[in-house]
Ligand binder design. Structure first.
Ligand SMILES: N=c1c2ncn([C@@H]3O[C@H](COP(=O)(O)OP(=O)(O)OP(=O)(O)O)[C@@H](O)[C@H]3O)c2ncn1[C@@H]1O[C@H](COP(=O)(O)O)[C@@H](O)[C@H]1O
Length: 104
């Protein structure tokens, strides 16, 4: 099992845990707007690290983005497999074509 799939399973298992002892449970307890805001904050931190930080900082912030994205997807009952299937679907198509079809 790969890292993201393992992390997805851990997040699913921790969702209903005690918020006092689990950060995942705490985020779920605080609700979707907080989870969404956390993902946005981590994304901004990743962007900042890419533009002005070190390589190690970018690695750390990218890990935070993936973690918080999985927490948000879990709360919305969207599986990682569904997201990966969407990426698979796009494989082999030009990114430009994809952009044009979305804007059509
Ligand atoms: N990968 C992670 C992970 N990455 C980041 N974080 C937490 O994300 C938080 C982000 O830090 P911030 O400073 O931005 O946030 P904060 O100010 O501490 O918290 P907020 O009040 O803003 O939410 C930190 O508390 C980190 O510990 C993570 N917490 C948990 N995991 C994984 O989730 C598993 C389950 O964790 P628990 O639910 O805590 O058992 C762990 O075993 C890990 O594998």
């Amino acid at each position: 099992m790969d890292t993201l799939t393992r992390l997805e399973a851990i997040i699913a298992a921790r969702k209903g845990a005690n918020p006092a002892s689990s950060y995942v449970a705490q985020l779920n307890h605080r609700g979707l707007p907080v989870m969404a805001r956390k993902l946005g904050e981590e994304a901004v931190e990743a962007v900042t690290a890419a533009l002005a930080g070190s390589r190690d900082e970018l690695v750390g912030e990218a890990a935070d983005v993936l973690f918080h994205l999985l927490v948000l997807l879990g709360a919305k009952d969207v599986s990682l497999a569904e997201v990966l299937a969407e990426l698979d679907r796009r494989e082999g198509t030009s990114g430009i074509d994809e952009k044009n079809s979305r804007n059509a």
